[in-house]
Design a protein around this ligand. Structure first.
Ligand code: ADP
Length: 436
């Protein structure tokens, strides 16, 4: 290009020199110079015109022919065009591949703009949500998936957990939605049919509930007979005494296990139960009294501090959850230990804390403590007779009350279990029975 530029200047100087010589010799210097410059200008205008025509016309791909500076300008523009065309084709092919692969997915994938309108979706979304390509593009997604839970989920800005709702086109199907924010508040929605997982889960819950229920009667009979035998153990051979006692203890343990399994399956399946005002103070006082009896000759000092407000919830479930925490504190705190039970409120919500100065838990176990049958230290469990289901019951109960459990503990120093509830569950007005 630099070379062409120099030769263009050289050619101009040469032409002007020629015009100068001819004009000088014929005494028409001004005319020849003007004519030369005029021709020079006309030639450049012609090249510009050619360039403009080539750039605007779509029929001819090849650049117009020219020489010198203009020739190399045409060639450079042509080269740039080819390069751009190539990367455009590459991007198109890539986009097509992405679209083809998402179209082949069994999960529905939808792209929604920052105003909540549908921009693009794959074929599976048509089947799962009953969308129609021609009609629904540009429509608000919340008008197409009409469900109050979906609307509330969509309007959130943090999507940590997925949402599960019944399909808008098939009441028997359960769909799971997961939203990811990208760009300027655009959303990518992935939706999948999880009906078969739900069926499996329901089958598992039914099986556990039925098996526990069926085991209950034979076990009651066995422990009933065992109790009778123990009552009359003086009449039986002496070596049977210890065996009968152990059989009775184990049957009691199995009964506890079955009761806990039934409580858990009730928590998992019973979704429609109404919440009501639960008077926390009397509930905790009763549990603390039971804990005193459980503590018996271990002489724990158990302290209760309770603020005067109630909780909106299900009394039986709360009593079993709080009881599990308080009785655990008794079970896992050695003789003469201290246990503090506290019910209070602050700006972050309502809280129940059960704190002890007992055995404590190694922090590595804490994240898994609420799993069913998980035990921090299996050797402890044999003398406490626990089922390993207590904290799972607490976790499920809190989930049903919009709450969560926080555990902090230090091995050998003690543990603190705190149940947190939202302020919206606070009830301050007196109970109807008290007013009457
Ligand atoms: P378990 O019936 O074995 O007590 P839980 O689900 O109630 O089952 O508790 C799970 C485990 O957590 C227990 O086995 C025990 O190791 C530990 N744990 C629970 N509460 C306490 C506590 N207050 N102090 C120390 N360890 C505890």
């Amino acid at each position: 290009m630099k070379h062409d530029w120099r030769s263009a200047i050289r050619r101009l100087i040469f032409n002007l020199a020629l015009a100068f010589i001819v004009g000088w010799s014929l005494d028409i210097l001004a005319y020849t110079l003007m004519l030369t410059l005029g021709l020079y200008l006309a030639w450049h205008l012609r090249q510009l015109h050619k360039l403009q025509q080539w750039l605007t016309s779509r029929d001819t791909e090849e650049p117009p022919t020219s020489h010198g500076l203009w020739g190399s300008i045409f060639d450079d523009v042509y080269r740039l065009q080819r390069r751009q065309e190539k990367s455009k084709n590459k991007l198109k092919a890539m986009l097509k591949r992405v679209q083809d692969s998402t179209a082949a997915l069994k999960d529905g994938v939808l792209m929604v703009d920052s105003n909540g309108n549908l921009e693009w979706w794959n074929h599976a979304a048509n089947t799962l949500l009953g969308l129609q390509n021609s009609k629904d593009i540009g429509q608000a997604i919340t008008n197409l998936v009409r469900h109050p839970d979906f609307k509330a989920y969509f309007d959130k800005t943090h999507y940590d957990a997925p949402l599960e709702i019944t399909s808008p086109i098939n009441n028997d199907a359960i769909l799971q939605f997961h939203i990811t924010l990208f760009g300027r508040k655009d959303r990518l929605i992935v939706c999948r049919d999880i009906s078969h997982l739900h069926q499996l889960e329901a089958m598992r819950q039914d099986f556990v509930a039925n098996a526990s229920h069926e085991l209950r009667t034979p076990l009651t009979v066995i422990s009933g007979y065992l109790e009778t035998f123990i009552e009359y153990k003086e009449t039986l051979p002496a070596r049977w005494g210890r065996a009968l006692q152990q059989m009775h203890e184990q049957s009691q343990r199995m009964q506890n296990l079955i009761n806990d399994l039934l409580v858990l399956s009730r928590l998992e399946t019973n979704h429609g139960q109404e919440s009501s005002q639960v008077a926390i103070k009397p509930l905790l006082s009763a549990l603390v009294n039971d804990a005193q009896s459980l503590s018996a000759d271990k002489h724990h000092s158990i302290h209760l501090s309770c603020e005067e407000f109630d909780l909106l919830g299900i009394e039986t479930e709360l009593s079993s959850a709080f009881g599990n925490l308080i009785f655990n504190a008794v079970k896992y705190t050695p003789e003469n230990g201290e246990i503090h039970v506290r019910w209070w409120q602050d700006t972050s919500g309502l809280h129940l804390e059960v704190k002890d100065n007992g055995l404590g838990i190694d922090p590595k176990h804490i994240p898994r403590l609420t799993e069913r049958f998980y035990r921090a230290d299996p050797s402890r469990h044999s003398d406490t007779g626990g089922t390993g289901l207590g904290l799972a019951i607490v976790k499920h109960t809190l989930l049903r009350h919009e709450g969560h459990l926080h555990i902090s503990s230090q091995l050998g120093k003690g543990s603190c279990f705190t149940c947190h509830f939202p302020v919206s569950r606070k009830v301050t007005q007196p109970q109807l029975s008290q007013v009457l």
